[in-house]
Design a protein around this ligand. Structure first.
Ligand SMILES: [Zn+2]
Ligand SMILES: [Zn+2]
Length: 74
């Protein structure tokens, strides 16, 4: 895979996705590996997207505070 630009430090091994942010690439690669890093602590629900987990929490566990297994970035 040729690098589209030297400005991008990371190029996906499976597609042409590229970024200069480590976390973004880690997150992107998971979309290929099928790993779902965002897991609900109250049931078996797992998601690739943090937004999906937030939505799940509101729907399924409206009375418990949202806990993140991954640190939120600022
Ligand atoms: Zn990719
Ligand atoms: Zn749940």
């Amino acid at each position: 895979m040729s690098r589209p630009s030297p400005d991008y430090k990371y190029v996906c091994f499976k597609c042409s996705h590229h970024t200069s942010v480590t976390q973004r690439m880690e997150f992107h690669v998971r979309t290929h590996t099928g790993e779902k890093p965002f897991g609900c602590e109250h049931c078996d629900y797992r998601s690739k997207q943090p937004n999906d987990l937030t939505r799940h929490m509101k729907l399924r566990h409206p009375n418990v505070p949202v806990k993140w297994k991954y640190k939120k970035r600022k």
